[in-house]
Design a binder for this molecule. Structure first.
Ligand SMILES: Cc1ncc(COP(=O)(O)O)c(C=O)c1O
Length: 398
């Protein structure tokens, strides 16, 4: 009997028709139902903060939406703008602006290289690849990016013009950077501050599901070291309210924000203030803390289920992972360099996973071990089946 036949015999519920999917970090319908429930109680505001929401203007966003952003990202109100629906789009626009106009201390060129801690967010890497920016990978240490590897790059590589980080519950590894790590990292960057961009994507700023260390706001550490013009923080309410229909935020120095508005003024005559108004009203009704605690009730059992199923094979050395304390992902390393075969075998059994290498620049995982699991979307019963397929495949292949 081959592996597929063995597993099909062990899992008699595999019917060859049902599609199981752990590819994308999407909120589950039940999470969105929470938002819909409160949302439906709101009446649409047409004026807020003395501003006519129906019209163009306010390129920096509504003051009360900016306040919301500064609360989520733990940034200063003055240095936080509330914009449209996607922080990934903002990253694209920041990078475009760095390319075409250049910020005071953050410019990008065709020969620029960006440091990428790996495994990381696939869309960041695709974005940078689309700009033709060379990505140089570094591994993680326990509490953030590997500082020795970064020091070596800074000492021996030319044209290093930036780094991209997800500092809390990193996608997909779940790393949360310690203050010490961030301070040391920024000190390493300091000699390059004439031209260096720190892309600080805080997509999971308030997405703790277990106790997680508190972090000093990155802008406070940056200011202490004189890097305020190098830091670009972004985030959004995509994984807080409605994915793709929320508000995104940018925080940077006044100088950078003014350049960014100038750049964006040729892209849009103003952000979607109606949506911003709805979100402001939403968080008058439900605090961020209450919203996140309701979401946690749905997400936490899913993360615990993944750990419950995989822990025995982790303990016997068939795979390795750190249980994340928040965010949206599990990052699993197979014990053998066979991630491709694992993904293919799962696919033949009806479970879709991201292709091997997805969490690495150019799709190349040098160790061929890493596999990302996104457990939030399926319901618990379906998730149990997804992870059981994955576990059985690892058992047979490793
Ligand atoms: C690290 C990270 N940044 C950004 C995004 C996308 O956020 P947005 O919907 O605000 O573009 C995601 C979504 O998975 C993510 O994991």
């Amino acid at each position: 009997m081959n592996i597929l036949e063995h597993i099909k015999q062990e899992l008699p519920w595999l019917d060859g028709n049902t599609v199981y999917d752990l590819t994308r970090g999407k909120p589950a319908p039940e999470q969105l139902d929470i938002t819909e429930n409160y949302y439906s109680k709101l009446s649409t505001p047409y004026e807020l903060d003395g501003i006519d929401l129906r019209n163009y203007g306010n390129p920096e966003g509504l003051p009360s939406a900016r306040e919301l952003g500064s609360k989520i990202l733990k940034t200063n109100f003055d240095e936080t703008h509330a914009l449209d629906n996607s922080s990934l789009t903002l990253m694209h626009q920041i990078i475009s602006c760095a390319f075409f106009l250049g910020f005071k201390s953050a410019k990008l060129y065709g020969h620029s290289k960006i440091i990428c801690p790996v495994p990381g967010y696939d869309r960041h890497f695709k974005l940078l690849e689309n700009f033709g920016i060379e990505m140089i990978t570094v591994p993680f240490q326990k509490d953030g990016p590997d500082l020795n590897a970064i020091e070596d790059l800074i000492n021996f590589e030319s044209n290093i013009h930036g780094i991209v980080c997800v500092p809390r519950h990193s996608n997909p590894t779940g790393h949360t950077f310690s203050d010490d790590n961030v301070e040391q990292l920024f000190k390493l960057i300091e000699p390059l501050k004439e031209n260096f961009s720190i892309f600080w994507d805080n997509a999971y700023a308030c997405h703790d599901i277990e106790d997680t260390i508190q972090q000093t706001p990155a802008d406070q550490i940056a200011k202490k070291i004189g890097l305020e013009n190098n830091l670009f923080q972004v985030g959004s309410t995509s994984k807080i309210t409605l994915a793709g229909s929320g508000i995104s935020f940018i925080s940077s120095s006044a100088d950078n924000l003014s350049k960014f508005i100038d750049f964006r003024n040729a892209i849009t005559p103003g952000p979607n203030k109606m949506n911003q108004g709805m979100h402001v009203k939403y968080f008058e009704l439900v605090s961020i803390e209450k919203q996140m605690s309701e979401l946690k009730k749905i997400i936490k059992p899913k993360f615990e289920l993944v750990d419950h199923i995989l822990e025995p094979i982790k303990d016997t050395g068939l795979c390795f992972y750190e249980k994340p304390t928040g965010g949206y992902f599990y990052s699993i390393d197979s014990a053998k360099s066979n991630a491709d075969e694992v993904v293919q075998t799962c696919s033949q059994l009806g479970l879709k996973l991201l292709p091997m290498g997805s969490c690495f620049p150019y799709g190349v995982d040098p160790d061929k071990k890493n596999i990302r699991l996104a457990p939030t979307f399926p319901d618990l019963a379906s998730l149990e089946r997804c992870v059981t397929i994955f576990k059985n495949v690892l058992k047979y292949l490793n």
